[in-house]
Design a binder for this molecule. Structure first.
Ligand SMILES: Nc1ncnc2c1ncn2[C@@H]1O[C@H](COP(=O)(O)OS(=O)(=O)O)[C@@H](OP(=O)(O)O)[C@H]1O
Ligand SMILES: Nc1ncnc2c1ncn2[C@@H]1O[C@H](COP(=O)(O)OP(=O)(O)O)[C@@H](O)[C@H]1O
Length: 405
């Protein structure tokens, strides 16, 4: 049987399909249903449904296949029977596997059946929330509940880094709303606010709500840049000056103090983290993803990570940027754009001569591609430039953006 790990949003949707929170859906939508939803806001049989719930699968998984869906930690959570393939999308019913639910506040992630069973008869006011409820909103909710003689169900919508904080906010609000219950629901936000609201409403109804109150969108105030995690990611040809500038940057930051710094040295990475990898496209991508993973973990905790691999492929650099931004940190791409002729002239390790002689296959710039970035925050050609000036140029970028003071 094929195995697949969906992305975080798809896994959240999967959990709701399995729990019944997305009823009447029992699986990922077919292309007919998905286009009916997009066009009319209904499934193809006319049942109202606001958002196409779809799953992307590798192209080589055929209709009829049974796919074990796993979470990123390797636990098999469900089996999908593929009924239809349409481009990257796969449609079909999903069946839960009996696995223990874990994660922060797992005990509050109850299914609609469990919740409805415990609710009293009468009006149920569900409050879906993506952030804390301020006292005005709380008073409003309390007044509405009183007016309707309703039981309040607070539904923190947990997705991503901020999930546990929303549940804590709901538990706090619950203390001020007598008789209320808290149910955590892994509903990922939708970009279109109207669709987001409709989906919240559907989920709330499935939990037994007779009334739905949508908590206000949270105001996200990101911390100041010098407190946020930061990844400075150098990319460029071999010999362009990545490691020299990266090391200079690290040393200066350590001398100045004020930030914790992790330098993921290219050679150290290749010797330890990526030991055994070659310079094929697949292995280079894997190398860069590993570097990105570690850098994002450093940045998640507010650290500053400096990386300096060649990273020749734009799509892989994009992935790393997304990984870093997903944890709420900043990503600066520095393209060390020293031209090939200059890198080859320097030929510090004699590798270009060997590559030209055909002794090193797939050598970047000679016999292997380097995709020039078009999204770099800084482009640095070190030709005829002192190392000090190159380092200062990067430092100026960090200072001007407020990442260092
Ligand atoms: N085929 C081939 N192509 C490019 N580079 C090669 C190759 N074989 C060995 N080397 C040496 O490995 C260093 C690049 O490794 P990276 O991990 O930065 O490469 S990548 O980002 O995974 O593409 C690179 O080091 P730098 O000179 O520091 O860039 C080279 O010294
Ligand atoms: N302004 C500069 N910035 C960085 N390196 C420079 C500069 N001027 C000359 N160089 C030299 O270029 C070489 C760059 O090598 P290195 O930093 O190992 O490159 P990479 O890590 O990109 O392979 C070093 O020998 C360094 O001394």
């Amino acid at each position: 049987m094929t195995e697949w790990t969906p992305d975080a949003r798809e896994l959240a949707d999967l959990e709701l399909l399995l729990s019944g929170a997305f009823a009447p859906l029992t699986g990922f939508l077919t292309s007919a249903d998905a286009s009916a939803v997009a066009e009319n806001g209904t499934l193809s049989d006319g049942t109202p449904w606001p958002d196409p719930i779809t799953l992307a699968l590798p192209d080589d998984v055929p209709p009829g296949a049974r796919v074990t869906l796993k979470d990123p930690e390797g636990a098999a959570v469900a089996v999908l029977t593929v009924e239809e393939r349409d481009g990257h999308h796969a449609a079909g019913p999903v069946k839960a596997l009996d696995v223990p639910v874990f994660g922060p506040f797992a005990r509050l992630r109850r299914t609609p059946d469990e919740v409805r069973k415990d609710l009293p008869h009468g009006e149920i006011l569900a409050v879906t929330m993506r952030g804390p409820l301020d006292s005005t909103v709380l008073e409003d909710v309390a007044a509405t509940a009183e007016e309707l003689e309703a039981t309040v169900v607070l539904m923190p919508l947990v997705f991503g880094e901020g999930g546990p904080a929303v549940v804590r906010a709901a538990l706090k609000a619950s203390e001020r709303l007598p008789g209320s219950t808290v149910v955590a629901v892994p509903l990922a936000p939708r970009e279109d606010t109207e669709i987001d609201l409709e989906l919240r409403e559907h989920v709330a109804r499935n939990y037994g709500a007779t009334e739905h109150y949508a908590g206000p969108a949270p105001i996200v105030i990101p911390g100041p840049p010098h407190r946020r995690g930061l990844v400075v990611f150098f990319t460029g040809l071999s010999g362009s000056g990545k490691s020299t500038v990266a090391r200079g940057l690290r040393d200066t930051l350590l001398e100045r103090g004020g930030r914790t710094v992790t330098y993921l040295d290219g050679d150290v990475v290749r010797r330890l983290l990526s030991a055994g990898l070659t310079f094929s496209r697949e292995d280079r991508d894997l190398n860069i993803r590993r570097i990105g993973f570690v850098a994002a973990e450093v940045a998640r905790h507010g650290g500053l990570a400096i990386c300096a691999p060649i990273a020749p492929y734009a799509s892989t650099r994009d992935e790393v940027r997304a990984m870093v931004e997903e944890v709420g940190a900043d990503f600066l791409l520095v393209h060390v754009a020293t031209p090939l002729e200059e890198c080859e002239r320097r030929d510090r390790k004699g590798l270009y001569a060997k590559a030209r002689a055909g002794l090193i296959p797939e050598f970047t710039g000679i016999s292997d591609p380097y995709e020039e970035p078009d999204d770099a925050e800084l482009v640095l050609d070190t030709t005829g430039m002192t190392v000090e000036r190159s380092v200062n140029t990067v430092l100026n970028l960090l200072t001007s953006g407020g990442w260092i003071r």
